[in-house]
Design a protein around this ligand. Structure first.
Ligand code: 1BN
Ligand code: ZN
Length: 330
């Protein structure tokens, strides 16, 4: 078990409070050292009184910068040096947000032999010990014939989970929030043969089951490929119905019904090991992405706005999920 690196975050704060930014661009970075305090939640004196604190909101400029930094590491297949760099980045950003994280190192047997993989598991304590997980994979698919940097698959969801963590850390949450960054979601050779997929999520479920820690996990919200400029997320028939309904209702309430569509599809992804273990799970994934698993999955085909939409939807849905979990026993 390794510990998080000591380097602090490189992302400078933004003053962005808008929920729908008009630009997709990167935000300024400090050269080195700690992140300055976020503008949200600061106490400003107003006419002799203390102004009420405002809750932190999802900042897509910050999220986009997380995405851009990951793409900057280049192709990040399981076992690569670039994925180690990416993981160090995730760990340093979690640390800068004051979020405790640990690494779970494991040896995966793949069709190409043994590969050392590492899940990152971060925890934001809530009033209750029972947990809701927000998850993503952070590896990119191995392609030898072209350079695959995975701006949407999976820098986008990794970026969103990092930013969601920052926001949720600044709040008092009812349930403990677990942030899960899975290694080895992608097939090394062929997704449909020899169980060549979802190495990290299968490892998490197996390990938590053995440790007796799975019972405390009450729901999983998986994000994958959410960067598409033309964001179109369909309901997944494998996902748990009430969780899907809750997320899609939040999207409709926020006016994102055009992005979260009612048509159904069936998706095999990192939520499947959790569903098999009886954990209510939903996959928020945009597979209607022409650049999927091509060299075009790059910065030109993703947008900060898509990250903002998903971030807003997850933050709106979370209290509804907590409400459902605390009122409907299972
Ligand atoms: C998602 C992103 N997936 C791989 N990269 C999972 C998947 C595999 C989705 C096969 C559909 C088909
Ligand atoms: Zn993929």
């Amino acid at each position: 078990m390794n510990s998080a690196p000591t380097r602090d975050s490189a992302i400078a704060p933004t003053n962005a409070r808008a929920t729908t930014p008009t630009h997709d661009g990167a935000i300024a970075r400090t050269d080195e050292g700690a992140v300055a305090p976020t503008p949200e939640g600061t106490i400003a004196p107003a006419q002799g009184r203390i102004a009420p604190t405002t809750p932190a909101t999802f900042d897509s400029a910050r999220a986009y910068e997380h995405l851009r930094r990951q793409v900057g590491f280049g192709p990040r297949p399981a076992g690569s040096a670039a994925l180690t760099q990416c993981r160090q980045y995730i760990l340093s950003e979690l640390k800068a947000a004051g979020i405790e994280a640990r690494e779970d190192v494991f040896d995966a047997m793949t069709p190409l032999g043994h590969v050392r993989m590492v899940n990152v598991i971060a925890t934001i304590p809530g009033r209750r010990a029972d947990r809701i997980a927000l998850a993503t994979h952070y590896d990119t698919k191995l392609f030898r014939e072209f350079r695959f940097v995975g701006a949407s698959d999976a820098a986008s969801s990794t970026a969103a989970v990092l930013e969601l963590g920052r926001v949720l850390k600044a709040r008092q949450n009812e349930y403990t929030v677990e942030l899960l960054f899975f290694d080895g979601e992608e097939a090394v050779v062929d997704w449909y043969r020899n169980n060549d997929n979802t190495y990290g999520s299968r490892r998490y479920v197996e390990t938590a089951q053995k440790a007796g820690a799975l019972a405390g996990l009450k729901a999983l919200v998986l994000l994958d490929m959410i960067g598409d400029r033309n964001l179109t997320v369909r309901r997944d028939s494998n996902s748990t119905r009430w969780l899907t309904d809750t997320v899609w209702a939040a999207a409709a309430t926020l006016g994102y019904g055009g992005n979260f569509r009612s048509e159904e599809t069936t998706i095999d992804d990192d939520h499947m090991p959790f569903l098999r273990a009886g954990i209510p799970s939903v996959d928020i994934i945009d597979l209607d992405y022409p650049a999927w698993h091509t060299a075009q999955d790059d910065l030109d085909h993703v947008s900060a706005r898509s990250l903002q939409i998903v971030g807003d939807v997850v933050l709106d849905a979370l209290p509804q999920i907590e409400k459902r979990l605390s009122t409907v026993p299972r």
